[in-house]
Ligand binder design. Structure first.
Ligand code: GLU
Length: 293
């Protein structure tokens, strides 16, 4: 059976772009006669706030979405809050350690930003490649009983090309050490990295298709490596174009003019939005006032 998911991170109010992506995730599941799961990605205790988790559910319900499993409705794969799933991530960390896939790393994000430039610097989301000569041996991992207090990186197989066929974006291919380097799976403040948590959860929750924004296409290549290393079945993928403002910039949570909550307060009807969202092939620009307030 088709199992899709909606997985917001509660670091701010959801905007129109989130609304459109989640609407399509929901629609694909409903059209397939499948289930849609709501997962609250509240891993980062510094940045995530319960009031945003609450607001996200309220906004999505206003849009007309519902879900079959989630933090508020329960389900067979509880808990649905990432902050309560630490055991799952720790088990995966141990598997990666034992399998010789990861190594402890003293370098900070700042060190990396100083030492190198992103491979596709014109793309604002492109991250700098972790320098190969900063790698530690994966056998060092065996000295550690827990991941605490140090960053952990996945050692990408040199030059491997990851290919997948995306339901919206088409054929994709990314090459390790060219498009992305060794990536974080665990942070030294003892928070599992997004890449690890999302793979562990999508597999544990038996998700069959991941629908999300195309800003995560490159992440999918990393995640495919994690699925293989953890011997977990990978879902299919469908990455949707992002909405931009009238200046061509991606919508940001900090700009409240495009927040779903703001539109709701302006008495805009959800049906009006859904009509605009039917065709993803239409221009992805919206023309709303983008003042920061
Ligand atoms: N929680 C992520 C976000 O809000 C989405 C992750 C995903 O869909 O894989 O950007």
């Amino acid at each position: 059976m088709y199992r899709g998911r909606i997985a917001p991170t509660p670091t701010g109010l959801l905007h129109l772009g989130h609304g459109r992506t989640f609407y399509h995730a929901w629609l694909r599941a409903r059209n397939a006669g499948g289930a849609i799961i709501y997962r609250n990605e509240d891993l980062d205790p510094q940045r995530c706030k319960p009031e945003f988790a609450h607001a996200a559910m309220e906004d999505l319900r206003w849009l007309g979405l519902d879900w079959d499993e989630g933090p508020d409705v329960g389900g067979d794969f509880e808990p649905y809050d990432q902050s309560a799933r630490g055991d799952h991530y720790l088990a995966a960390w141990r598997n990666l350690r034992d399998g010789g896939w990861i190594y402890p790393c003293q370098r900070s994000r700042k060190d990396i930003a100083r030492a190198t430039v992103a491979p596709h610097a014109e793309d604002e989301l492109s991250e700098p490649l972790f320098p190969v000569d900063w790698r530690n041996p994966v056998k060092d991992a065996l000295d550690y009983g827990t991941p605490d207090g140090i960053n952990w990186r996945f050692r990408v197989p040199d030059g491997i090309t990851l290919r997948f066929s995306d339901a919206f974006a088409g054929e994709q291919s990314f090459t390790a050490l060219l498009d992305f380097g060794d990536f974080l799976v665990w942070r030294r403040d003892n928070v599992p990295a997004y890449e690890l948590a999302v793979v562990v959860d999508d597999a544990a929750m038996a998700i069959t298709e991941v629908v999300r924004g195309e800003d995560l296409l490159l992440s999918t290549a990393r995640q495919l490596l994690l699925y293989a290393a953890l011997r977990l079945p990978a879902p299919s993928f469908c990455h949707l174009p992002l909405l931009c403002d009238e200046n061509g910039r991606r919508l940001a949570k900090r700009n409240h003019a495009t927040a779903l909550k703001t539109l709701r307060e302006q008495s805009i009807q959800p049906a009006e939005l859904a009509i605009h969202w039917q065709s993803l092939k239409q221009a992805c620009r919206i023309h709303l006032k983008s003042t920061n307030n």
